[in-house]
Write a protein that binds this ligand. Sequence first.
Ligand SMILES: [Zn+2]
Length: 198
Amino acid sequence: MAGAGAGQRKAPTNEDGAIEDLVKARLRKLLPLSKGDQLERGGIVHRNEKTGALGHVEGAPGSEDDLAIGFTKDPCGRYVTPNRGCPPGTKPVAFYHTHGRDDSKRAEGARRAGPAGFSDEDLRIATEEQLVAFVALDDGRWLRFTPVEVPVVAGMMECTVAGVTETVPFRAQHAFDTDGQPFWQKGKTVPMNGNLLG
Ligand SMILES: [Zn+2]
């Protein structure tokens, strides 16, 4: 019988638990690869809007600066890959990536200054994309970040690229709450149960 052991799910609902299980399984596969070649890896979890089935897509490995997960936008603010790289009829619900790099293998100046947790950039992306984020650390710990809901202004705008003007949808988020605090700093990071390398 399942008790309060190390393998217990953290997420309270069935769907969140299923996302957590999927992400954990993927990160367990990806983290050792990242520790081997020092490249980050990641992907997006999506949900089929009719059946509710979960799936995932992953891109090529990359460095911490150029790992591309599907959030890349063109100069008009449109995603370069439709639906953030997820299949038609699905909705992205979470994303995950590894921070598997072993700083001891790097030259002194190239080592991380801070802890190996989420970077500020990770938290900004999760908040902008309004997706739950997971990260795997080099020692096998993993974390979840849940962004706060951010008010959005949406409409249409004209955008000119290389002399061609198009009318495109825009979606702008408020950056700060009424107290002047950036929304991306208001989300919650929690440690997840179990060790990915165990
Ligand atoms: Zn990161």
